[in-house]
Design a protein around this ligand. Structure first.
Ligand SMILES: Cc1cc2nc3c(=O)[nH]c(=O)nc-3n(C[C@H](O)[C@H](O)[C@H](O)COP(=O)(O)OP(=O)(O)OC[C@H]3O[C@@H](n4cnc5c(N)ncnc54)[C@H](O)[C@@H]3O)c2cc1C
Length: 457
């Protein structure tokens, strides 16, 4: 066995682990990243070949949460940030047809009465119920599911056609299980402060940004991973190094199949269930709390076509599919309409999403069945003629954490126990950070605490 020592060991080389290593380096603290896979990035995966640029996982960085854009700027990528192309309309499948979400909506909720009245997604009964939200009394302040919150305030049509496909859908989750407080604190805060979500949104006077809400990079989101990894000293990352054991005595010892490394501090950036297994010998109660974070499995199927093969104008960013539509698709993005430079000339790239919390067994199917399922659904909805030019399937088994009702209490309990283990830190999407900007912000803050710990010991 090869014995070595490092200030901070980082378990997991996704965006969280890499950002933590970057931040530690800025603070003059040595760090080593152990990554189980043979590549960095975790769920961030971009394929580039023959003029196609395909993000299998995330494809967009939310501007409103500034940590990701700030990191890109810091890394010298400011000039490479690209905004979503116009039109940025998102659609919802209703009774087999794609219906645009109202212009000027906030998380899908129409901001003005005019936007609500003119939109064609909701029935008149549904619109009247949604407009009545301003008169609905406050809830009791307890955490509740997204479905429960939206049902209470906006009625059942808003749950079926908005909350379920859009709010729960972006987290690949089950609308009846996901926590509104953990995932949409602004909705909860709006109710608490103003007594009405619509009133609070109108008071904000949200004007649609000309830049769009999201940015990306010409080389796909993996460009951020590659640039970040390139800032780390050589030898600071070990690939194909699954951490199999963690023990604490005089600091921590991190075990992989090939080596054993001593570290003063450890930042766990792997999925919560992996963190649970590694922490079990150190603190079984903490391990039980960590394994309480459920995960959903999803697949992305990307298809490239000649533009002329698709009848639909693809005039927007894509669409979401409500559960009650009965389609196997969760959503689809029209990648070449959303971003420039993703396909050869006169070609279109579309991605379909399968699985998630509402369809937990979908990924049991073999690859060819998943591809066929996505292809048939997209062909019917978009009017596609003939065979795709290219097809890529990306599986994400147990890689989407589900912040279910009670998640914030669970994380508070985890943080309390972690505080009793000096030098041990958790970060990553399983706990306090859903989405890339939050992962970056959380990893930087956590690395800051780890650096303080190293300096103080
Ligand atoms: C399909 C999909 C689409 C998404 N779209 C978006 C989007 O458009 N915008 C956005 O902001 N967010 C999006 N997200 C969410 C976002 O990608 C994640 O929140 C974020 O990338 C998670 O990063 P992470 O580093 O915390 O975790 P991960 O990326 O899961 O990384 C964890 C790493 O730990 C490694 N690991 C596991 N076990 C061990 C072990 N024992 N030893 C060593 N290493 C180990 C894994 O191999 C992995 O590399 C999407 C997620 C998915 C799945």
């Amino acid at each position: 066995m090869n014995r070595s020592a490092v200030d901070v060991a980082i378990i997991g080389g996704g965006i969280s682990g890499l950002t933590a290593a970057y931040e530690l380096q800025l603070r003059g603290v040595s760090a080593h990243v152990f990554e189980a896979d043979s590549r960095l990035g975790g769920v961030i995966r971009t394929d580039r070949f023959d003029g196609w640029v395909i993000d299998g996982g995330p494809d967009a960085l939310l501007v409103q949460k500034p940590a990701a854009v700030a990191l890109c700027r810091e890394l010298g990528l400011a000039d490479r940030l690209i905004s979503t192309q116009q039109p940025r309309t998102a659609y919802v499948l209703r009774e087999g047809s794609l219906v645009p979400l109202a212009q000027g909506s906030f998380l899908g909720f129409p901001v003005s009465v005019a936007a609500l009245a003119m939109g064609s997604l909701f029935s008149w009964g549904g619109k009247i119920r949604m407009a009545a939200e301003i008169a609905i009394p406050r809830g009791d302040g307890q955490d509740e599911s997204i479905a429960s919150f939206v049902q209470r305030r906006f009625g059942s049509e808003a749950v079926d056609y908005l909350a379920e496909p859009l709010l729960a859908g972006i987290h690949a989750g089950d609308v009846d299980a996901l926590s509104v407080a953990a995932l949409f604190p602004r909705l909860v805060e709006a109710e608490r402060q103003s007594g009405s979500v619509l009133r609070a949104i109108r008071a904000l006077r949200v004007t649609p940004s000309t830049q769009g809400a999201f940015v990306s990079l010409p080389g796909g989101v993996a460009e951020l991973v590659e640039t970040l990894a390139a800032t780390l000293p050589s030898g600071a990352v070990t690939l194909s190094a699954r951490v199999t054991g963690l023990s604490s005595a005089n600091g921590y010892t991190v075990e992989t199949e090939r080596e054993s490394v001593n570290a003063r501090g450890v930042i766990m950036c792997a999925p919560a269930y992996v963190t649970a297994e590694l922490l079990r010998p150190i603190d079984p109660s903490l391990a039980r709390l960590c394994e309480g974070v459920p995960y959903a499995s999803t697949a992305t199927v990307a298809f490239g076509y000649r533009r002329s093969q698709i009848a639909h104008p693809l005039n927007g960013t894509g669409f979401v599919v409500p559960r009650i539509e009965g389609s196997p698709l969760l959503a689809a993005t029209w990648v070449t309409s959303k971003w420039p430079g993703r396909a050869p000339a006169d070609c279109a790239l579309v991605r379909g999403f399968l699985g998630g919390g509402r369809d937990p067994h979908r990924l049991d199917a073999p690859d060819d069945e998943l591809i066929q399922t996505a292809r048939e659904a997209l062909t019917e909805i978009l009017g596609i003629d003939g065979e795709p030019l290219i097809t890529r399937l990306y599986r994400f088994p147990r890689q989407s954490p589900q912040y279910t009702v009670g998640h914030l209490d669970r994380v508070a309990a985890i943080e309390k126990r972690i505080a009793a283990l000096p030098g041990l830190f958790v970060a990553g999407s399983g706990f306090r950070a859903i989405g890339i900007p939050d992962c970056i912000a959380d990893a930087r803050a956590t690395a800051g605490h780890a650096a303080e710990f190293v300096r103080a010991t």
